[in-house]
Design a protein. Structure first.
Length: 241
């Protein structure tokens, strides 16, 4: 049976993926534009794969190092660093007036679409928003308990150094697997929401919906980034070591 403290980070990762999928700047608007250019739904669907791949690359560039850093650095330190970086990036976005990277032309190859998506995700700090969830991922209690017992018994057998290396390798492996699963879950959630919105807008609503029901998601995004940074810092200093 999974406990809530185990499930919560994964739920957060899925919800943040859905939130990223809602943002037109993350790709669904580009996919719709390509659909209108080629006048077919298949073009919209075809664009979603490269966009999701670029998003995955951008967040993996943040998530994988953070997950591995947790193995050698106290979790509180990781959360403090993550919170400070998120707050600093939110301030940067406000100072630059939510400036977007420029991309010339709307007709792009699949490879260019991957590059564009990765650039947009990185520019929006998409990977940074996952730091609180990654920091909250729990190590497998069974592995930790087993490792401790093995270490204790091995000290009597004179193999403590060897067993210490084995434990560290297991922690490295667990951290890497958890990070890969986190990135995959987040991207899948983003792809599902982004794809649903792109198809609905292309087939039935049209891009005019953006003029009739526009919400400045850049402001919402930056606010969420700042809140996540503040909450991460608060949890780092409030929670026990």
């Amino acid at each position: 049976m999974f406990h809530l403290d185990f499930l919560l980070p994964w739920i957060m990762l899925a919800l943040m993926g859905a939130f990223h999928g809602l943002n037109p700047a993350m790709g669904w608007l580009f996919a719709v534009s390509i659909g209108f250019q080629e006048r077919r739904t298949g073009a919209v669907l075809k664009a979603l794969g490269p966009i999701a791949a670029g998003h995955l690359l951008a967040i993996a560039a943040v998530v994988l190092p953070v997950a591995l850093l947790r193995v050698v650095v106290p979790n509180r330190t990781v959360m403090v660093l993550g919170g400070v970086v998120m707050l600093a990036y939110a301030i940067y976005k406000i100072a630059t007036r939510f400036r977007h990277p420029r991309w010339i032309g709307m007709r792009v190859t699949s490879r260019e679409l991957v590059s564009w998506s990765a650039l947009m995700a990185a520019a929006h700090g998409a990977g940074l928003m996952l730091i609180p969830a990654i920091a909250a991922l729990s190590h497998d209690p069974a592995v930790v308990a087993m490792s401790s017992e093995e270490l204790s018994s091995s000290m009597h057998a004179g193999h403590a150094h060897h067993m210490q290396m084995t434990v560290e390798q297991r922690h490295d492996g667990n951290a890497l697997v958890s990070a890969i699963l986190a990135v995959s879950l987040h991207t899948l959630s983003m792809l599902v929401v982004m794809g649903a919105i792109a198809v609905v807008v292309y087939r039935w609503l049209g891009v005019g919906i953006l003029r009739r029901a526009w919400v400045n998601l850049d402001v919402v995004w930056t606010g969420a980034l700042a809140i996540a940074g503040g909450v991460t810092l608060g949890l780092a200093f409030w929670s026990p070591s």
